[in-house]
Design a protein around this ligand. Structure first.
Ligand code: HEC
Ligand code: HEC
Length: 308
């Protein structure tokens, strides 16, 4: 009996001693915070704040058992890796397209079933997402994210060119794309550009109907890029126009180029890109990894999930 007691005492001491060894993250939380996702409806913001902020922002709300060594090392590594992948702390300094990109990215994490981490929700049941939370998010995304371009983009206006030359492969410029819906924004926060992908009404209908493999004839995507500019207020805005690229679906007409008409116009003067008729083989070879997705990279959320 006595011996057993000693062992227990020993273990207890070790556990206590171990508490002196602590990971850095937990004691020195970063000061930078976004307390809430401003500009997003409260109930939508709430879902992210409850289920994601612990690992994806500077606002970690740790329980007592998260702070015990060795559990705290696991928690700290989650927070470190989580913030690397997605950090809501910068929210306040982001322009609308970037905020949308972030939410879009986040929702994909949820719909893929990977997030929030199940090892975490097991111990933190309140972070678990309910059916109604997911329905709420989807609804918000369909009605808002798949939406008119953000204010950061409309600020810059159209490039001012009277006549735009055709692309060397004969594809003509389509001026109206900025009134289409923005179906994705692929800002990566690193290469200094804001990129937005617009879809014409046929593309948007295909998304809603879940009929994107293949995309129907008449589908058009426009991928635009603007230089990122920091405003006096610290926010990031879309600055100088870099280029617009189109993919126009017509399985018959463009049979020789995988069913798509490819074209790119560069700069404020919208100069057609490419020296020869076959310049588009460059586009196709880079889009080839997506050949099972009809050569389209952009997955407007988890499309199958939106099928009604
Ligand atoms: C327990 C901590 C934890 C919670 C809670 C959590 N995440 Fe994560 N998340 C992580 C970690 C860790 C990674 C990095 C995973 C990796 O690198 O493989 C990650 C990665 C991600 C990624 C990037 C996925 C990718 O493919 O790289 C997204 C998106 C994401 N999380 C969204 C969310 C959303 C949305 C929520 C809330 C519903 C959430 N996470 C809740 C820890 C967490
Ligand atoms: C270096 C590789 C690369 C080349 C070359 C390339 N693209 Fe893309 N393209 C991408 C990637 C990656 C995406 C996905 C969005 C993103 O990450 O910006 C994309 C997206 C697009 C989109 C939006 C639809 C979609 O697939 O998601 C259009 C339109 C587009 N590209 C047109 C073109 C045209 C036209 C050319 C040739 C003039 C071209 N691309 C050349 C890599 C490339």
């Amino acid at each position: 009996m006595k011996f057993k007691f000693k062992i227990i005492l020993c273990i207890a001491c070790l556990v206590l001693l171990a508490q002196l060894i602590r990971p850095e993250e937990l004691s020195t939380a970063k000061a930078q915070t976004a307390k809430t996702l401003t500009g997003v409806p409260k109930e939508v913001a709430n879902v992210f704040e409850t289920s994601c902020f612990d690992c994806h922002s500077a606002q970690t709300n740790l329980r007592w058992f998260d702070k015990i060594t060795p559990a705290n090392f696991l928690v700290a590594s989650h927070i470190r890796d989580g913030r690397k992948a997605l950090d809501f702390s910068q929210w306040d300094s982001l322009a609308t397209p970037q905020r949308n990109a972030m939410l879009y990215f986040a929702l994909n994490g949820i719909l893929s079933g990977e997030m929030p981490l199940s090892s975490y929700t097991a111990l933190h049941p309140s972070a678990k997402l309910k059916e109604k939370d997911i329905a709420l998010l989807k609804n918000y995304f369909l009605n808002n994210l798949v939406s008119k371009p953000g204010d950061a983009v409309s600020r810059v206006g159209q490039p001012k060119v009277k006549e735009v030359k055709n692309s060397p492969n004969g594809v003509a410029y389509l001026p109206g794309y900025r009134n289409w819906k923005a179906i994705s924004s692929t800002d990566r926060f690193d290469n200094g550009t804001i990129r937005i992908i617009f879809g014409n009404p046929i593309a948007v209908k295909a998304i809603h109907d879940g009929k994107t493999k293949p995309w129907p004839d008449g589908t058009v995507f426009a991928k635009t890029a603007w230089k990122q500019e920091k405003g006096k207020d610290g926010n990031v805005y879309a600055g100088q126009f870099v280029q617009v690229e189109f993919m126009i679906k017509d399985a018959t007409r463009y049979a020789g180029t995988k069913g798509w008409g490819w074209a790119r116009w560069k700069g404020e003067n919208l100069l057609p890109y490419g020296k020869t008729v076959k310049f588009d083989s460059e586009c196709i070879s880079c889009h080839r990894p997506e050949r099972n997705n009809d050569y389209v990279f952009t997955t407007p959320l988890d499309i199958k999930d939106f099928k009604k």
